[in-house]
Ligand binder design. Structure first.
Ligand code: HEM
Length: 403
């Protein structure tokens, strides 16, 4: 206690002496002098504003200026690391020490410049970003909105396609066997998960992030991205099963050209009078060959590359960038095709959903929507019941029609 009182008194005395001008404060030694006095080895600090490098103002007039190594450049222009960065952005190796076992491009910090379709000639990562953000996202999003809008307009203007005759539903024709339905449902469920999660990954930052904020959007998108990775292989397998299950009835056949020329009876004066078709009409066949096979091939192969599940591939950044651009383009087109398909299969055509849910359709439905198929069933060329009746009876109490 006494010590504290004494030091306070000493401090008070110094302050009063300083105020009366009796006490002089020695100025501190300048930092440079202090540092040299210390005589320490190792790294020394220095004030950047006091550094006076010996810059040769005409260094850049040297004919070899642009060929200088970083060491040579620093000798004439200390602190100018342009040669090093020029090497880094030209895709040269030697800028990272990532092990070769983990990265085929070990040592390459920044990819060499390229020009992707729609990008400027610039480093590949930036070129890919330009393609995605300047083209794929805005135009893909616009295309999806246009398709959705067109279908909504059609629905509100024309309503669902119905059945004109009286479909008493006494005679039931099996349209899809339990196996066909389970293959289709596995594919449809996987597709829906992939489409929803994909839309959130690609477009969510525009319409979900501003509403829920980053703290929710981040984990939510991560969850959907994990679901996407899980549903992808399920979709791939179910697509192959679907292809072989429905292949036989999707070859071009009688009435397809006429169906196409009349726009399927969806528009104008022919609306409501569907041109005759086999089990599947030409529109469904386009969904099968273009939507499922062609787009399915690009979507699945690029998706499996992005998931690093494709064997025998050396995964480097450029491969991933191409895979992504193909995946994005093909998936947006696939969504456009399948939005139309889903519309007709649900609210767009009465009775279509029952066929997929329960497996059967009524006589009148078959006659009006797939006349040639109905003719073949009525003539006994195709059995009206293809699965074992007991299975169908368990699904539905009524006994199906037998041809
Ligand atoms: C075998 C099937 C599929 C696999 C393996 C797969 C895998 C992937 C992977 C790994 C990504 C990258 C995710 C990331 O950025 O981290 C992705 C993105 C995406 N996928 Fe898929 N996918 C498949 C099918 C589909 C389907 C069927 C759709 C839509 C119907 C779809 C739509 C999308 C979309 C929109 C993106 C975001 C692209 C972007 O952000 O630019 N995918 N997919």
């Amino acid at each position: 206690m006494l010590r504290h009182v004494l030091s306070i008194l000493a401090l008070a005395a110094s302050v009063s002496a300083f105020a009366q001008g009796k006490l002089q404060v020695e100025p501190l030694a300048p930092p440079a002098q202090a540092a040299s006095a210390a005589q320490h080895d190792g790294i020394q600090g220095q004030n950047i504003f006091e550094v006076k490098p010996e810059v040769k103002p005409d260094a850049s007039s040297d004919a070899n200026y642009m060929k200088q190594s970083n060491g040579q450049r620093n000798a004439v222009q200390p602190g100018n690391n342009a040669p090093m960065w020029r090497g880094a952005v030209s895709g040269q190796a030697g800028f990272t020490n990532y092990p070769h076992s983990q990265a085929p491009e070990a040592g390459v910090l920044i990819q060499a410049p390229v020009q992707y379709p729609g990008s400027r000639f610039t480093t590949a990562g930036e070129a890919w970003r330009q393609v995605r953000n300047n083209w794929l996202i805005p135009y893909g999003g616009a295309l999806l909105l246009i398709v959705l809008g067109a279908i909504a307009l059609y629905y509100f203007a024309k309503g669902p396609i119905g059945v004109h005759g009286v479909d008493e539903g006494q005679h039931r024709i099996e349209r899809f066997t339990p196996f066909e339905r389970s293959a289709h449902w596995a594919n449809a469920i996987a597709f829906s998960i992939l489409a929803i999660s994909g839309i959130v990954m690609a477009f969510g930052k525009f319409f979900i992030l501003p509403v829920v904020g980053g703290a929710i959007f981040g984990p939510f998108t991560w969850l959907l991205k994990s679901l996407h990775n899980f549903a992808g292989p399920v979709f791939a397998v179910s697509l192959v099963i679907m292809f072989f299950t429905f292949l036989r009835d999707n070859f071009p056949g009688r009435g397809d050209l006429n169906w196409l020329l009349k726009g399927g009876g969806l528009f104008g004066r022919s609306k409501g009078h569907e041109p005759p078709s086999g089990r599947f009409n030409a529109g469904e066949k386009i969904v099968f060959w273009f939507g499922m096979l062609v787009l399915g091939f690009f979507v699945v192969s690029s998706g499996l590359v992005l998931d690093k599940l494709m064997p025998g591939i050396e995964y480097d950044r450029m491969g991933m960038q191409y895979a992504h651009m193909i995946h994005n383009t093909a998936t947006v087109l696939m969504m456009c095709v399948f939005i139309g398909h889903i519309y007709i299969g649900t609210i767009g055509m009465k009775g279509a959903y029952t066929a997929m849910r329960r497996g059967w359709v009524g006589d009148e439905w078959a006659k009006e929507h797939h006349a040639y198929w109905y003719e073949d069933i009525a003539a006994g060329k195709i059995p009206a019941q293809r699965s074992r009746p007991t299975v169908m009876a368990a699904n539905d109490a009524e006994t199906p029609r037998t041809a």
